[in-house]
Write a protein that binds this ligand. Structure first.
Ligand code: GDP
Length: 419
């Protein structure tokens, strides 16, 4: 079939507000279920004398995944008219945050679900806050179980106004607030008569207009240097292209030193020159047209859009170590292939995402989140996460152990030495 741009979404909301039901419905309405699956589950429910639940679908798919039966073992996905939607699992708060922040998974958008009878709960607000922390800008809200409030427009409007105010305050105003009944299908793929007063998009419409992340190929080149090999008298610089692309003849700059060169050759393996451009995700070896001092951790980039050199940066981090992170702490950060020593100048906005209470004191406890200012012992090339989702992430180590991870949210650039 035709290829649709892929969008990765996460569905969050208070337990029991209807996440699994919505997913089951979406799979059904978009024709993404294997033939006979729904009928089979309905028959099984009937035989056992229990009402069919849409969430059984998810359980069944999950079980098959665990047993390795389905071919697509990793993710739940479905198609809308113009998008391929991939659902990111959000098992629990801590795991979710950790995966998102360390880059194991990243969502382009989110659906926040609210039970129309229960309304906006603390957990709903916390989820909004998490979306903000993770830099997710596209949030659609669904007000679910509208059948439980007789499809009341007034009830819907009250919840819509409350959640819109909350999310707007966090800087993530909802792209849509949609009245639905996930169980019965109203508002999921169709605006049914029950919600005849509503003129906005359905859930499927909202997903269909999500903006996919810019493909990594389209961002400026970032080639963190992994190693330098000597073959005869040639020096081959090896690394994985994190974003952008490169080819023979390109003019590049090596950061943080700022030395300029031209790519003389792109090496294949073993030793066959490659002539076509190589893009993000490829591991490559290149040679340059001149002898320069290059080391592991340097980043090769285009001259006109290189990362900034910085000793000072601000990161939003998720802390994993038993010992809380304190101001003044000595840390090691890893950014791409580079490692740098540093210290924590200041800690700000420390919160327990489970409680969404600001934590008194200025430390970040295990499984908590906060913003930190870091001063490094020397300047390294850094991108902000907003500019490059691959190279704008860092990992923190303490005493040689993984202690946290996060997003670079701000940089204080060093004055650039003239190249
Ligand atoms: P989750 O914990 O957020 O995944 O919630 P579930 O999808 O498991 O749903 C929790 C309960 O709410 C189940 O019993 C569902 O049948 C019920 N539920 C889900 N959506 C609707 C709805 O639109 N209307 C009604 N009346 N019940 C619903």
């Amino acid at each position: 079939g035709t290829t649709r741009p892929q969008v990765r979404i996460v569905i969050v909301g208070h337990v029991d507000h209807g996440k699994s039901t919505l997913v089951g419905r979406l799979l059904h309405e978009t024709g993404s279920l294997p033939d006979g699956k729904l009928e089979m589950l309905k028959a099984v429910s009937a035989r056992r004398g229990m009402p069919f639940e849409w969430s059984f679908l998810l359980d069944a798919l999950q079980t098959e995944r665990d047993q390795g039966i389905t071919i697509d073992t990793t993710q739940i996905r479905f198609r809308t008219r113009s998008r391929e939607v991939v659902l990111i699992d959000a098992p629990g708060h801590a795991e979710f945050l950790r995966n998102m922040i360390t880059g194991a998974s990243q969502a382009d958008g989110a659906v926040l679900i609210i039970d129309a009878l229960e309304g906006v709960r603390d957990q709903t607000r916390r989820h909004g806050y998490l979306l903000h922390l993770l830099g997710i800008k596209q949030v659609a809200v669904v007000v679910n179980k509208l059948d439980r409030v007789d499809f009341s427009e007034a009830r819907f409007n009250a919840i819509r106004d409350e959640i819109t105010a909350h999310l707007s305050e966090l800087g993530v105003p909802p792209s849509a607030v949609i009245p639905i009944s996930a169980r019965d299908g109203d508002g999921v793929a169709e605006r049914t008569a029950n919600i005849g007063w509503y003129n906005g998009p359905t859930v499927v419409d909202a997903l269909d207009t999500l903006t996919p992340a810019r493909p990594l190929d389209e961002l400026p080149l970032r080639l963190p240097v992994q190693a330098i090999y000597k073959f005869d008298d040639r020096r081959i610089i090896a690394g994985r292209i994190e974003s952008g692309h490169l080819k023979t003849g390109d003019e590049i700059v090596i950061t943080p030193a700022g030395k300029v060169a031209k790519i003389k050759s792109v090496e294949g393996w073993p030793q066959t020159p490659v002539t076509v451009a190589q893009g993000a995700g490829r591991s490559v070896g290149i040679t340059l047209d001149r002898e320069l001092f290059i080391e592991r951790g340097d980043v090769i980039a285009p001259i006109d859009s290189a990362p900034r050199d910085a000793r000072r940066l601000r990161a939003r981090i998720f802390w994993l170590h038993d010992q809380p992170l304190q101001p003044g702490a000595a840390i090691v950060i890893r950014l791409g292939t580079r490692e740098a020593r540093g210290s924590v100048l200041a800690i700000d906005k420390a919160v327990d995402p489970g409680e969404l209470s600001s934590v008194a004191g200025r430390s970040i406890a295990r499984n908590h989140v906060g913003e930190i200012d870091i001063l490094l012992s020397h300047a390294i090339a850094v991108d902000r996460h907003a500019d490059n989702p691959r190279t704008g992430r860092l990992v923190i180590e303490v005493n040689g152990r993984l202690a946290g991870g996060g997003l670079v949210i701000d940089i204080t650039p060093e004055p650039r030495a003239s190249a």
